[in-house]
Design a protein around this ligand. Structure first.
Ligand code: FAD
Length: 471
């Protein structure tokens, strides 16, 4: 009979045999990323149920010099949750850290464990009469811990902010296995370094987030949603400004979608043919949230759109007349990330730019790509309200996937050089993970990189937390 590795046996003693996956079949889904670009190996996949169990596992890994890859919903887009190929790692999955610990209505706060699925946190908040506003297409499977570790953004950042802005307090297991309990619901707390801000966006390299206290907001009474065709990309900039000031409601989403991206969604189910013919090639999905009733919100939207028509900013519009129609419009936007995968290998970019620079960036980068990579075309969509574009390049036919993959590095360089020429960032909301690690030192100053290395070395001198990610 084969003897069990002492490390594995001790893991089993801490969390129970059922939650230590060691067979290839059990481990397989945890060793490949969502985009199927990164594959790794691991000694085991561990599924602790409590913060204390996480802490005990981390201490054990320290003793045995085994590195740890934290994993939530595994929807990250930079390979951050995939181990390397050394086989000297464990994946610690937060799937069983899934309790909603507390909803504090008077302080407008919710405390959830790291493995709570984002949509479950949203639903629990709604059931308590409040809104947790983080919203993104992967919300049915990504987790609060992953959202925190990547400082996730999504579609409502322009009004409510990103995950960092929504975080009041954190509970973290440090790389040495200590529990840092910072679960506070204070809006003001200037007591030294803001440790929670260090952990938000740290992609599992500084510790394992086990729980968080997050901000809740009043539930809007109504929403108004519309998908509109733009007269030009430049109009988008004027249109967002008009939308911000137009009416007595909050502009909570403003998503840019190229008609090329729209054309990937099956037309049979959605009635948006007219927008596909928008001459400029650009559409916007916008949404207001309001404390007024639905009739008033709808009329605000109509007033805004007629003003935009008169100002020659938009050409066409579909206004949702029911909650179902609004959901249908959103499902168009949310289907794009998956729909584009049918085109073959996609070179994805998650960039941000000053909003004013977007039209010039799009024009100049598009021209250069056409010149150097005529066998590819762009699929552009994104959170225009935050200056954040998913600026993706697809091969003209799936058979050209090999060709586009061979050119990945030079395509990235061309696009990111343009991004920096316009004072932007090459990673707006998805993080660095392993896919953008090599480029980070080229895009950040030596001083910034050294500060990051100093922090990492101080907190994790043995480099056991998610090695090979970010730095
Ligand atoms: P994972 O993929 O499991 O992990 C991501 C990173 O966080 C890894 O580095 C991992 O090690 C670390 N990590 C996970 N849990 C913890 C923890 N408890 N403690 C410490 N580190 C941890 N992102 C956006 O920001 N905006 C979008 O609009 C958006 N849209 C998306 C749409 C689709 C269809 C998909 C597939 C992804 C999208 N993403 C978006 C990216 C992704 O959903 C987010 O990055 C999400 O926040 C990741 O959560 P997760 O639980 O899946 O994390």
């Amino acid at each position: 009979m084969q003897s069990i590795d002492p490390f594995i046996r001790q893991c089993q003693e801490i969390i129970g045999t059922d939650y230590v996956y060691i067979s290839d079949a059990d481990k397989e889904p945890y060793l490949i990323d969502w985009g199927k670009r990164f594959v790794g190996s691991a000694k085991a996949v561990l599924k602790p149920k409590s913060t204390q169990e996480v802490a005990a596992l981390v201490k054990l890994c320290q003793t045995h010099d085994i590195s740890i890859v934290p994993q939530g919903g595994n929807t990250g887009l930079c390979g951050g949750a995939t181990p390397d190929n050394s086989g000297n790692s464990v994946v610690i999955s937060t799937a069983r850290l899934n309790a909603i610990r507390n909803i504090d209505l008077e302080n407008s706060a919710i405390t959830v464990e790291a493995g709570v699925i984002l949509s479950h946190a949203q639903e629990a908040s709604v059931a308590a009469g409040k809104l947790f506003p983080l919203s993104l297409a992967a919300e049915g499977s990504c987790t609060i811990g992953g959202n925190l570790a990547t400082n996730a953004g999504g579609i409502q950042v322009l009004h409510y902010g990103n995950m960092r802005d929504l975080t009041l307090g954190l509970e973290v297991v440090t790389p040495s296995g200590e529990i840092f309990n910072g679960l506070r619901s204070l809006r003001k707390d200037n007591t030294g370094y803001a440790l929670k801000d260090l952990y938000v966006g740290s992609e599992g390299t500084l510790g394992i987030i086990t729980a968080a206290t997050l901000k809740l907001y009043p539930l809007p009474r109504s929403k108004a949603t519309a998908l509109v065709g733009l007269t030009s990309i430049e109009s988008a900039i004027e249109f967002i400004e008009l939308s911000r000031v137009a009416c007595n409601a909050n502009l909570t989403a403003f998503e840019l979608i190229s008609t090329r991206a729209l054309s990937l969604i099956p037309k049979t189910t959605k009635n948006f043919d007219s927008l596909l013919n928008t001459a400029s090639g650009w559409a916007v999905l916008l949404e207001f949230s309001s404390m007024e009733d639905g009739v008033k919100s709808q009329s605000h939207m109509e007033t805004l759109l007629s003003e935009a028509f008169e100002s020659d900013l938009i050409t066409d519009a579909i206004i949702a007349n029911s909650i179902q129609q609004s959901k249908d419009l959103w499902s168009i936007r949310e289907s794009i990330p998956e729909a584009q995968l049918r085109l073959g290998t996609i070179i994805k970019h998650d960039i941000s730019l000053p909003i004013s620079a977007l039209p010039s960036f799009i024009a100049s980068t598009g021209m250069q790509l056409e010149k150097h990579y005529p066998n590819a075309h762009t699929i552009i969509f994104g959170h225009l309200g935050d200056g954040n574009l998913h600026y993706n390049l697809a091969p003209n036919s799936p058979e050209l996937s090999g060709w586009i993959e061979e050119n990945r590095t030079s395509i990235n360089q061309l696009i990111h050089d343009e991004v920096y020429r316009y004072s932007g960032s090459f990673s707006a909301e998805h993080g660095i993970g392993q896919s953008k690690k090599d480029e980070l030192p080229l895009r950040k100053s030596v001083v910034e990189i050294e500060l990051m290395r100093t922090i990492k070395k101080a907190l994790d001198p043995k480099n056991i937390m998610n090695p090979g990610k970010i730095l």
